[in-house]
Write a protein that binds this ligand. Structure first.
Ligand code: ADP
Ligand code: MG
Length: 286
């Protein structure tokens, strides 16, 4: 059986279990379920009712099951709110890390530990189309949800539209707050649309407020352009520079190079009409 963290969230699989008595396990589960029931209460109840070791185990199993159910519901809700795909989700398990070589490839394999999130580090995933930037960003976001951490995913074009709409509706502050709150905010595909001056300033405000937050505040940005080219897509250079200054104050820039994963199963055939028809099949390089 898994142990519980101080927050009441049960430890992720693979973490070292702390030896714990049934009373403590029940109390930890009760706390998670927001019940006012301590280990001492359980011990007193067990004594009063002459509960056997087997019965105590049954009670512990029941509490742990209730806790599991609640945790699963929380994760399901967080995943729904995150805007990450629920069908055919992108996960670390389905990511082929073996494609990447080099001295620092290990750092990529460390992403599933969420060390970046727990150390308030931002991530910039930079590389060509199809290299796996969105997959990795989504997998990271999904893992955050699995750890009960609020996550929000949107493309830069959607962010732009969202901010334009908020300005029209006069609810910019509410929208900004909703983008500052998640522990992990993912902005996919920076470099496909232009942010006007006002949207660039609001973007700066979001980055700045996330930067000043005490709670987990990781931002993940993906782009096929190097960060020094982002200025082309934002219309207030000083505001963008301030935003980037904060973003990169504590960040890991992952520069991904290589061929697209897409088209792995693409075939090309060539057929020529003539006296002796010829057919060839080959794997293409693009
Ligand atoms: P990018 O965002 O860099 O353009 P994507 O992350 O969208 O690329 O990847 C393109 C497709 O290839 C997606 O379906 C993704 O799941 C898949 N893919 C990319 N890299 C890998 C990988 N290393 N392992 C497994 N699937 C991958
Ligand atoms: Mg992408």
């Amino acid at each position: 059986m898994n142990g519980s963290t101080s927050s009441g969230w049960r430890e992720a699989p693979g973490m070292i279990k702390q030896p714990s008595s049934s009373y403590n396990m029940i109390a930890a589960a009760a706390k998670f379920l927001k019940l006012d029931f301590s280990a001492e209460d359980m011990a007193a109840f067990a004594k009063e009712n002459e509960i056997t070791a087997d019965s105590l185990q049954c009670i512990e199993d029941l509490f742990v099951q209730l806790q599991d159910t609640k945790q699963k519901n929380i994760v399901r809700t967080l995943l729904k709110l995150s805007r990450l795909p629920l069908k055919e989700p992108k996960t670390f398990d389905t990511f082929d890390f073996g494609r990447f070589h080099g001295k620092q490839a290990d750092e990529l394999e460390n992403l599933p530990t969420l060390a970046a999130l727990y150390s308030s580090t931002n991530l910039a995933l930079i590389g060509p189309q199809g290299i796996g930037k969105t997959h990795l960003a989504m997998a990271f976001g999904r893992e955050c949800c699995n750890h009960a951490l609020k996550t929000y995913f949107l493309k830069a074009t959607e962010l732009n539209q969202k901010l334009l709409q908020a300005r029209k509706n006069g609810n910019v502050e509410r929208v900004v707050k909703s983008l500052v709150k998640p522990s992990c905010l993912i902005i996919d595909e920076v470099g496909y649309c232009n942010f006007d001056t006002e949207n660039t300033r609001i973007f700066f405000d979001i980055v700045d407020r996330r930067y000043s937050k005490d709670t987990p505040n990781t931002m993940i940005v993906t782009s096929n352009m190097e960060p020094d080219k982002w200025v082309t897509f934002f219309n207030d250079e000083p505001a963008l520079k301030c935003a980037m200054d904060r973003f990169f104050d504590k960040a890991l820039l992952i520069s991904m190079k290589g061929r697209s994963y897409r088209g792995k199963y693409r075939r090309k055939i060539e057929v020529t009409a003539g006296v002796e028809p010829r057919q060839s099949a080959e794997q293409t390089n693009y």
